[in-house]
Design a binder for this molecule. Structure first.
Ligand SMILES: Nc1ncnc2c1ncn2[C@@H]1O[C@H](COP(=O)(O)OP(=O)(O)OP(=O)(O)O)[C@@H](O)[C@H]1O
Ligand SMILES: [Mg+2]
Length: 377
Protein backbone atom coordinates (compact mmCIF):
# COMPACT_ATOMS: atom_id res chain seq x y z
CA UNK A 1 0.00 0.00 0.00
CA UNK A 2 2.48 2.59 1.13
CA UNK A 3 4.44 4.26 -1.60
CA UNK A 4 3.15 1.92 -4.28
CA UNK A 5 1.15 2.93 -7.28
CA UNK A 6 0.89 6.47 -6.10
CA UNK A 7 -1.17 8.39 -8.59
CA UNK A 8 -2.62 11.79 -7.75
CA UNK A 9 -5.80 10.04 -6.59
CA UNK A 10 -3.71 7.86 -4.23
CA UNK A 11 -2.80 10.68 -1.89
CA UNK A 12 -5.56 10.37 0.57
CA UNK A 13 -5.72 9.87 4.27
CA UNK A 14 -4.87 6.32 5.22
CA UNK A 15 -6.76 4.17 7.67
CA UNK A 16 -9.63 5.49 9.70
CA UNK A 17 -8.20 8.96 10.18
CA UNK A 18 -10.50 11.54 8.70
CA UNK A 19 -8.52 14.56 7.60
CA UNK A 20 -8.71 16.51 4.43
CA UNK A 21 -6.83 14.94 1.56
CA UNK A 22 -3.67 16.39 0.17
CA UNK A 23 -4.94 16.55 -3.40
CA UNK A 24 -5.07 20.33 -3.26
CA UNK A 25 -1.33 20.42 -2.81
CA UNK A 26 -0.62 17.97 -5.56
CA UNK A 27 1.94 19.41 -7.88
CA UNK A 28 3.71 18.02 -10.91
CA UNK A 29 7.24 16.62 -10.69
CA UNK A 30 9.41 19.71 -10.53
CA UNK A 31 11.10 20.59 -13.79
CA UNK A 32 14.36 21.08 -11.97
CA UNK A 33 14.38 17.59 -10.54
CA UNK A 34 13.53 16.07 -13.88
CA UNK A 35 16.28 18.04 -15.60
CA UNK A 36 18.75 17.05 -12.93
CA UNK A 37 17.98 13.34 -13.33
CA UNK A 38 18.19 13.56 -17.08
CA UNK A 39 21.57 15.22 -17.07
CA UNK A 40 22.71 12.70 -14.49
CA UNK A 41 21.55 9.82 -16.65
CA UNK A 42 23.72 11.10 -19.44
CA UNK A 43 26.72 11.99 -17.37
CA UNK A 44 27.16 9.34 -14.70
CA UNK A 45 25.15 6.48 -16.08
CA UNK A 46 27.95 3.94 -15.79
CA UNK A 47 28.56 4.49 -12.11
CA UNK A 48 24.85 4.44 -11.35
CA UNK A 49 23.68 1.56 -13.48
CA UNK A 50 25.61 -1.34 -11.98
CA UNK A 51 27.52 -3.94 -13.95
CA UNK A 52 24.61 -6.15 -14.96
CA UNK A 53 25.82 -8.94 -12.64
CA UNK A 54 22.99 -8.37 -10.20
CA UNK A 55 25.44 -7.21 -7.53
CA UNK A 56 24.29 -4.23 -5.47
CA UNK A 57 25.06 -0.98 -7.20
CA UNK A 58 27.34 1.48 -5.61
CA UNK A 59 25.85 4.83 -6.49
CA UNK A 60 28.94 6.56 -5.23
CA UNK A 61 31.53 4.52 -7.05
CA UNK A 62 32.54 7.58 -9.00
CA UNK A 63 32.86 9.71 -5.91
CA UNK A 64 36.63 10.02 -6.06
CA UNK A 65 36.98 9.63 -9.79
CA UNK A 66 35.29 12.70 -11.09
CA UNK A 67 36.84 14.49 -14.01
CA UNK A 68 39.05 17.30 -12.85
CA UNK A 69 37.21 20.52 -12.28
CA UNK A 70 33.89 18.75 -11.79
CA UNK A 71 32.68 20.22 -8.53
CA UNK A 72 29.24 20.88 -7.21
CA UNK A 73 28.19 24.31 -8.33
CA UNK A 74 25.26 25.57 -6.28
CA UNK A 75 24.06 27.77 -9.13
CA UNK A 76 24.61 25.40 -12.01
CA UNK A 77 21.24 23.71 -12.27
CA UNK A 78 18.95 26.19 -10.67
CA UNK A 79 17.78 29.70 -11.32
CA UNK A 80 18.25 31.40 -7.96
CA UNK A 81 15.24 33.12 -6.54
CA UNK A 82 16.24 36.79 -7.26
CA UNK A 83 15.44 38.01 -3.76
CA UNK A 84 17.61 35.30 -2.26
CA UNK A 85 20.37 35.43 -4.90
CA UNK A 86 21.44 38.75 -3.38
CA UNK A 87 22.28 37.00 -0.12
CA UNK A 88 24.75 34.75 -1.93
CA UNK A 89 26.35 37.48 -3.98
CA UNK A 90 29.28 38.55 -1.80
CA UNK A 91 30.88 35.11 -1.74
CA UNK A 92 29.51 33.28 -4.72
CA UNK A 93 32.22 34.31 -7.20
CA UNK A 94 35.08 33.60 -4.80
CA UNK A 95 33.49 30.34 -3.77
CA UNK A 96 33.23 29.22 -7.39
CA UNK A 97 36.76 30.37 -8.23
CA UNK A 98 38.39 28.76 -5.22
CA UNK A 99 35.91 25.90 -4.98
CA UNK A 100 35.45 26.66 -1.33
CA UNK A 101 32.05 26.12 0.24
CA UNK A 102 30.43 28.47 2.73
CA UNK A 103 31.96 26.47 5.59
CA UNK A 104 35.42 27.48 4.34
CA UNK A 105 36.32 23.91 3.35
CA UNK A 106 36.72 22.58 -0.20
CA UNK A 107 33.28 21.65 -1.46
CA UNK A 108 33.06 18.00 -2.51
CA UNK A 109 30.80 16.82 -5.29
CA UNK A 110 27.74 14.96 -4.06
CA UNK A 111 26.45 12.77 -6.86
CA UNK A 112 22.77 12.63 -7.72
CA UNK A 113 21.69 9.26 -6.33
CA UNK A 114 20.37 6.67 -8.74
CA UNK A 115 17.02 4.94 -8.37
CA UNK A 116 16.56 2.05 -5.92
CA UNK A 117 15.08 -1.26 -6.96
CA UNK A 118 14.08 -2.31 -3.46
CA UNK A 119 13.48 -0.47 -0.23
CA UNK A 120 14.40 -0.62 3.46
CA UNK A 121 15.56 -1.31 6.04
CA UNK A 122 15.13 2.28 7.11
CA UNK A 123 17.81 4.55 8.51
CA UNK A 124 16.24 6.58 11.28
CA UNK A 125 17.34 10.19 11.64
CA UNK A 126 16.40 12.36 14.64
CA UNK A 127 16.30 16.09 13.90
CA UNK A 128 17.24 17.39 17.30
CA UNK A 129 18.12 20.59 19.14
CA UNK A 130 16.56 21.65 22.42
CA UNK A 131 16.82 25.26 21.31
CA UNK A 132 13.60 26.48 19.72
CA UNK A 133 13.19 27.94 16.24
CA UNK A 134 16.46 26.69 14.75
CA UNK A 135 14.92 25.00 11.70
CA UNK A 136 14.24 21.43 12.91
CA UNK A 137 10.76 21.22 11.43
CA UNK A 138 11.72 23.05 8.23
CA UNK A 139 14.68 20.71 7.78
CA UNK A 140 12.59 17.59 8.48
CA UNK A 141 10.00 18.49 5.85
CA UNK A 142 12.44 19.59 3.19
CA UNK A 143 15.14 16.97 3.69
CA UNK A 144 12.35 14.38 3.62
CA UNK A 145 10.84 15.81 0.45
CA UNK A 146 14.25 15.99 -1.26
CA UNK A 147 15.04 12.37 -0.34
CA UNK A 148 11.61 11.35 -1.66
CA UNK A 149 12.28 13.26 -4.89
CA UNK A 150 15.39 11.12 -5.30
CA UNK A 151 13.21 8.01 -5.12
CA UNK A 152 13.75 7.17 -1.45
CA UNK A 153 10.71 6.10 0.57
CA UNK A 154 10.43 8.47 3.46
CA UNK A 155 8.40 8.53 6.65
CA UNK A 156 8.28 11.74 8.67
CA UNK A 157 7.41 11.47 12.36
CA UNK A 158 5.95 14.53 14.05
CA UNK A 159 7.26 14.11 17.57
CA UNK A 160 6.42 17.57 18.80
CA UNK A 161 3.03 18.21 20.48
CA UNK A 162 2.95 21.59 18.70
CA UNK A 163 2.25 19.60 15.52
CA UNK A 164 4.23 22.06 13.37
CA UNK A 165 5.42 19.30 11.03
CA UNK A 166 1.84 18.20 10.44
CA UNK A 167 0.76 21.81 9.81
CA UNK A 168 3.70 22.29 7.44
CA UNK A 169 2.37 19.41 5.37
CA UNK A 170 -1.16 20.78 5.18
CA UNK A 171 -2.73 18.75 8.01
CA UNK A 172 -4.89 20.39 10.67
CA UNK A 173 -3.74 18.70 13.91
CA UNK A 174 -6.97 19.58 15.70
CA UNK A 175 -8.98 17.44 13.28
CA UNK A 176 -6.95 14.30 13.86
CA UNK A 177 -8.58 11.39 15.71
CA UNK A 178 -5.47 9.25 15.79
CA UNK A 179 -1.93 10.49 16.14
CA UNK A 180 1.51 9.25 17.08
CA UNK A 181 0.27 9.51 20.70
CA UNK A 182 -2.16 6.61 20.13
CA UNK A 183 0.59 4.61 18.46
CA UNK A 184 2.83 5.07 21.50
CA UNK A 185 0.30 4.57 24.25
CA UNK A 186 -2.26 2.05 22.98
CA UNK A 187 -1.16 -1.54 22.73
CA UNK A 188 -2.36 -3.21 19.55
CA UNK A 189 -2.60 0.08 17.63
CA UNK A 190 -1.17 -0.37 14.15
CA UNK A 191 0.88 2.34 12.45
CA UNK A 192 -1.27 1.95 9.32
CA UNK A 193 -4.21 3.39 11.23
CA UNK A 194 -2.27 6.54 12.04
CA UNK A 195 -0.25 7.01 8.84
CA UNK A 196 -1.14 9.71 6.36
CA UNK A 197 0.11 10.02 2.83
CA UNK A 198 1.42 13.43 1.86
CA UNK A 199 1.15 15.21 -1.47
CA UNK A 200 4.79 14.34 -2.07
CA UNK A 201 5.02 10.92 -3.71
CA UNK A 202 7.05 8.46 -1.60
CA UNK A 203 6.59 10.50 1.59
CA UNK A 204 4.25 9.57 4.46
CA UNK A 205 3.59 11.20 7.81
CA UNK A 206 2.90 10.05 11.35
CA UNK A 207 1.11 13.20 12.54
CA UNK A 208 0.81 14.57 16.01
CA UNK A 209 -1.06 17.14 18.05
CA UNK A 210 -1.29 18.39 21.61
CA UNK A 211 -2.29 14.88 22.83
CA UNK A 212 1.38 13.95 22.61
CA UNK A 213 2.21 16.22 25.54
CA UNK A 214 0.36 13.76 27.81
CA UNK A 215 2.68 10.97 26.67
CA UNK A 216 5.66 12.66 28.31
CA UNK A 217 3.95 12.24 31.71
CA UNK A 218 2.27 8.89 31.07
CA UNK A 219 5.41 7.23 29.74
CA UNK A 220 7.21 7.79 33.03
CA UNK A 221 5.49 4.79 34.61
CA UNK A 222 5.92 2.53 31.54
CA UNK A 223 8.32 -0.40 31.36
CA UNK A 224 11.24 0.41 29.00
CA UNK A 225 9.79 3.89 28.59
CA UNK A 226 12.73 5.22 26.56
CA UNK A 227 12.28 2.70 23.75
CA UNK A 228 8.53 3.13 23.20
CA UNK A 229 8.96 4.91 19.84
CA UNK A 230 11.58 2.39 18.72
CA UNK A 231 9.07 -0.43 19.30
CA UNK A 232 6.32 1.49 17.50
CA UNK A 233 8.51 2.08 14.42
CA UNK A 234 9.84 -1.48 14.19
CA UNK A 235 7.04 -2.85 11.96
CA UNK A 236 7.63 0.03 9.50
CA UNK A 237 11.36 -0.44 9.03
CA UNK A 238 11.15 -2.51 5.86
CA UNK A 239 8.73 -0.15 4.12
CA UNK A 240 10.97 2.91 4.16
CA UNK A 241 14.51 3.95 3.32
CA UNK A 242 14.55 6.93 5.68
CA UNK A 243 12.50 7.80 8.75
CA UNK A 244 13.02 11.37 9.95
CA UNK A 245 11.82 12.35 13.43
CA UNK A 246 11.07 16.00 14.13
CA UNK A 247 11.86 16.48 17.84
CA UNK A 248 10.38 19.06 20.16
CA UNK A 249 12.63 21.80 21.59
CA UNK A 250 13.49 20.00 24.84
CA UNK A 251 15.65 17.15 26.06
CA UNK A 252 12.76 15.41 27.83
CA UNK A 253 11.52 11.86 27.56
CA UNK A 254 10.07 12.29 24.07
CA UNK A 255 13.42 13.45 22.71
CA UNK A 256 15.20 10.60 24.52
CA UNK A 257 12.73 8.24 22.83
CA UNK A 258 13.61 9.74 19.43
CA UNK A 259 17.35 9.36 20.15
CA UNK A 260 16.85 5.76 21.31
CA UNK A 261 15.02 4.91 18.08
CA UNK A 262 17.50 6.72 15.81
CA UNK A 263 20.66 5.65 13.98
CA UNK A 264 21.73 9.21 13.34
CA UNK A 265 21.17 12.69 14.70
CA UNK A 266 21.12 15.88 12.67
CA UNK A 267 21.48 19.05 14.76
CA UNK A 268 20.25 22.18 13.01
CA UNK A 269 21.98 25.32 14.31
CA UNK A 270 20.79 28.81 13.49
CA UNK A 271 23.68 31.04 12.45
CA UNK A 272 23.31 33.56 15.26
CA UNK A 273 25.22 34.49 18.38
CA UNK A 274 23.73 32.03 20.88
CA UNK A 275 23.81 29.11 18.45
CA UNK A 276 26.40 27.11 20.37
CA UNK A 277 24.79 27.64 23.76
CA UNK A 278 23.30 24.41 24.96
CA UNK A 279 24.99 22.30 22.29
CA UNK A 280 27.31 20.82 24.95
CA UNK A 281 24.24 19.64 26.87
CA UNK A 282 22.81 18.16 23.69
CA UNK A 283 26.01 16.25 22.82
CA UNK A 284 26.19 15.03 26.42
CA UNK A 285 22.62 13.70 26.12
CA UNK A 286 23.48 12.01 22.82
CA UNK A 287 26.51 10.37 24.48
CA UNK A 288 24.42 9.17 27.44
CA UNK A 289 21.83 7.63 25.11
CA UNK A 290 24.70 6.02 23.17
CA UNK A 291 26.17 4.52 26.35
CA UNK A 292 22.99 3.41 28.05
CA UNK A 293 20.28 2.83 25.47
CA UNK A 294 21.39 2.89 21.85
CA UNK A 295 25.04 2.11 21.02
CA UNK A 296 24.30 2.53 17.28
CA UNK A 297 23.45 6.19 17.66
CA UNK A 298 25.82 8.68 16.08
CA UNK A 299 25.91 12.37 15.34
CA UNK A 300 25.62 12.53 11.56
CA UNK A 301 26.04 16.24 11.29
CA UNK A 302 25.54 19.80 12.35
CA UNK A 303 23.43 21.72 9.86
CA UNK A 304 23.92 25.48 9.71
CA UNK A 305 20.59 27.14 8.99
CA UNK A 306 19.36 30.70 8.37
CA UNK A 307 22.80 31.65 7.07
CA UNK A 308 23.16 35.06 5.49
CA UNK A 309 26.54 35.49 3.82
CA UNK A 310 25.99 39.27 3.56
CA UNK A 311 26.48 39.62 7.30
CA UNK A 312 29.86 39.31 8.96
CA UNK A 313 28.00 37.98 11.97
CA UNK A 314 26.59 34.98 10.11
CA UNK A 315 29.99 34.20 8.60
CA UNK A 316 31.70 34.46 11.99
CA UNK A 317 29.17 32.20 13.68
CA UNK A 318 29.57 29.62 10.92
CA UNK A 319 33.37 29.79 11.27
CA UNK A 320 33.01 29.17 15.03
CA UNK A 321 30.70 26.23 14.43
CA UNK A 322 33.21 24.68 12.00
CA UNK A 323 36.01 25.34 14.51
CA UNK A 324 34.04 23.51 17.20
CA UNK A 325 32.67 20.59 15.18
CA UNK A 326 35.01 20.32 12.21
CA UNK A 327 33.98 17.52 9.83
CA UNK A 328 30.69 17.02 11.63
CA UNK A 329 29.45 20.22 10.01
CA UNK A 330 27.64 19.55 6.74
CA UNK A 331 29.13 21.24 3.71
CA UNK A 332 25.58 22.17 2.81
CA UNK A 333 24.44 25.35 4.50
CA UNK A 334 20.83 26.54 4.46
CA UNK A 335 20.47 30.24 3.66
CA UNK A 336 17.95 32.57 5.23
CA UNK A 337 15.00 33.24 2.97
CA UNK A 338 11.42 34.31 3.49
CA UNK A 339 10.42 31.43 1.23
CA UNK A 340 10.54 29.02 4.20
CA UNK A 341 7.88 30.76 6.32
CA UNK A 342 5.80 30.97 3.12
CA UNK A 343 5.94 27.21 2.66
CA UNK A 344 4.48 26.66 6.14
CA UNK A 345 1.48 28.77 5.18
CA UNK A 346 1.20 26.88 1.89
CA UNK A 347 1.44 23.53 3.71
CA UNK A 348 4.01 21.99 1.41
CA UNK A 349 7.79 21.55 1.13
CA UNK A 350 9.89 24.16 -0.62
CA UNK A 351 10.89 21.54 -3.19
CA UNK A 352 7.35 21.69 -4.59
CA UNK A 353 6.30 25.20 -3.51
CA UNK A 354 9.33 26.93 -5.04
CA UNK A 355 11.06 24.13 -6.85
CA UNK A 356 13.66 26.35 -8.53
CA UNK A 357 14.56 28.40 -5.47
CA UNK A 358 17.94 28.35 -3.81
CA UNK A 359 16.24 27.00 -0.66
CA UNK A 360 14.98 23.96 -2.58
CA UNK A 361 18.42 23.48 -4.15
CA UNK A 362 20.03 23.63 -0.69
CA UNK A 363 17.81 20.87 0.71
CA UNK A 364 18.40 18.74 -2.40
CA UNK A 365 22.12 19.15 -1.86
CA UNK A 366 21.69 18.26 1.83
CA UNK A 367 19.82 15.10 0.80
CA UNK A 368 22.72 14.19 -1.49
CA UNK A 369 25.24 14.88 1.27
CA UNK A 370 23.26 12.77 3.78
CA UNK A 371 23.04 9.93 1.24
CA UNK A 372 26.77 10.22 0.50
CA UNK A 373 27.57 9.98 4.25
CA UNK A 374 25.32 6.93 4.62
CA UNK A 375 26.91 5.21 1.62
CA UNK A 376 30.43 6.04 2.81
CA UNK A 377 29.91 3.91 5.94
N1 LIG B 1 16.42 29.00 6.28
C1 LIG B 1 15.43 29.74 6.78
N2 LIG B 1 15.27 31.03 6.42
C2 LIG B 1 14.28 31.79 6.93
N3 LIG B 1 13.38 31.36 7.81
C3 LIG B 1 13.46 30.06 8.21
C4 LIG B 1 14.49 29.19 7.72
N4 LIG B 1 14.33 27.98 8.30
C5 LIG B 1 13.26 28.09 9.10
N5 LIG B 1 12.74 29.33 9.05
C6 LIG B 1 11.58 29.85 9.79
O1 LIG B 1 11.95 29.98 11.15
C7 LIG B 1 10.89 29.57 12.00
C8 LIG B 1 11.34 28.42 12.88
O2 LIG B 1 11.67 27.31 12.05
P1 LIG B 1 11.26 25.82 12.46
O3 LIG B 1 9.83 25.77 12.89
O4 LIG B 1 11.70 24.93 11.36
O5 LIG B 1 12.19 25.64 13.72
P2 LIG B 1 12.11 24.54 14.85
O6 LIG B 1 13.50 24.31 15.33
O7 LIG B 1 11.34 23.37 14.37
O8 LIG B 1 11.24 25.30 15.96
P3 LIG B 1 10.64 24.64 17.31
O9 LIG B 1 11.80 24.47 18.22
O10 LIG B 1 9.65 25.65 17.78
O11 LIG B 1 10.02 23.33 16.92
C9 LIG B 1 9.74 29.20 11.08
O12 LIG B 1 8.89 30.29 10.95
C10 LIG B 1 10.41 28.90 9.77
O13 LIG B 1 9.57 29.15 8.66
MG1 LIG C 1 9.65 22.40 15.21
Amino acid sequence: MRGEGQGPEGHEAVGSVAVRTFAAHQSPVPQTARRAHQSMDGQHVNAMAGDGSGAPRNHFADYDELPEGHFYDPDAEYEPDPEYAATLAPDAARQRRERVGPTGRPLPYFPIPGPLTDHGPAKIIAMCNQKGGVGKTTSTINLGAALAEYGRRVLLVDFDPQGALSVGLGVNPMELDLTVYNLLMERGMSADEVLLKTAVPNMDLLPSNIDLSAAEVQLVSEVARESTLQRALKPLMDDYDYIVIDCQPSLGLLTVNALTAAHKVIVPLECEFFALRGVALLTETIEKVQERLNPELELDGILATMYDSRTVHSREVLARVVEAFDDHVYHTVIGRTVRFPETTVAGEPITTYASNSVGAAAYRQLAREVLARCHAE
